[in-house]
Design a binder for this molecule. Structure first.
Ligand SMILES: [Zn+2]
Ligand SMILES: [Zn+2]
Length: 242
């Protein structure tokens, strides 16, 4: 099992088509998201690869409650005893294990294909209990401070996590970086999703990790600002002027 460092202290754990991230800090290990079902061995392998024991995974923070982000959570919590965190709007999904809320595919052919391929709202998973609900704007005193930014649209209870010591944003499915930066597979609300993309583009950070696709190691907030930083009027004016 090879764990790839993204930046110092952060490792990406491939969980199939989705990513989880491990943060190493003085208070132990923190895992962001828990991938597809039956992928817990990837997380355990990554922890051991860092020379740590499973009991050193102290915190499991979810960007949202979709099956490809909570799939292996029950197994991970059982083996590690990690404390779980999620936005209240998604807690019922995790604690029931499904069904999940419907998604409309993102605009374009790719969204249509990927949404059908990877998102199945009637999927049933092993439920996972959430120990603490996340409050938008709060700063979790974990791994040297993680700021919680509510980013609904793809999923009502989605949050982005800003890890302050490493200036890294964990964007969940606000956008993905599969063939360049682009939309997630689908949206519960496209309008809110666009607003959340602009919201994360207004934050300051150096690196970014996504639920799907490659992390960006440097100048990530510039990349996001170039892609999402303008409001729709400005884009419209530019297009009309071109
Ligand atoms: Zn999702
Ligand atoms: Zn996802």
């Amino acid at each position: 099992m090879v764990v790839k460092p993204v930046i110092k202290g952060v490792h990406v754990v491939p969980m199939g088509f989705s990513n989880a991230f491990l943060i190493e800090s003085d208070d132990g290990l923190t895992l962001i998201d828990a991938g597809f079902p039956d992928k817990e061995a990837a997380v355990f392998g990554a922890i051991r690869n860092l020379g740590r024991s499973l009991g050193q995974l102290k915190h499991l923070i979810f960007t949202h409650g979709h099956p490809d982000h909570i799939g292996s959570a029950a197994a991970i919590v059982r083996e590690t005893g990690a404390k779980t965190f999620m936005h209240p709007l998604d807690i019922p999904l995790a604690e029931s294990g499904g069904p999940f809320r419907p998604l409309s595919p993102a605009p374009g052919l790719l969204g249509q294909v990927l949404c059908n391929l990877f998102y199945h709202p009637d999927e049933r998973l092993k439920p996972v209990a959430i120990d603490q609900s996340l409050t938008p704007g709060e700063i979790l005193p974990i791994a040297g401070d993680i700021e919680i930014v509510h980013t609904p649209g793809h999923c009502a209870g989605q949050v982005a996590l800003l890890w302050r010591p490493g200036r890294m944003l964990f964007a969940g499915d606000v956008c993905m970086n599969v063939i360049g930066l682009g939309d997630p597979v689908g949206f519960e609300s496209l309008t809110e999703g666009r607003a959340s993309q602009r919201k994360v583009a207004s934050l300051a950070f150096d690196a970014a990790g996504f639920g799907h696709g490659k992390p960006i190691v440097r100048d990530a907030s510039t990349r996001l600002r170039d892609k999402y930083g303008q409001n729709p009027e400005q884009e419209h004016q530019q297009r009309s002027a071109a």
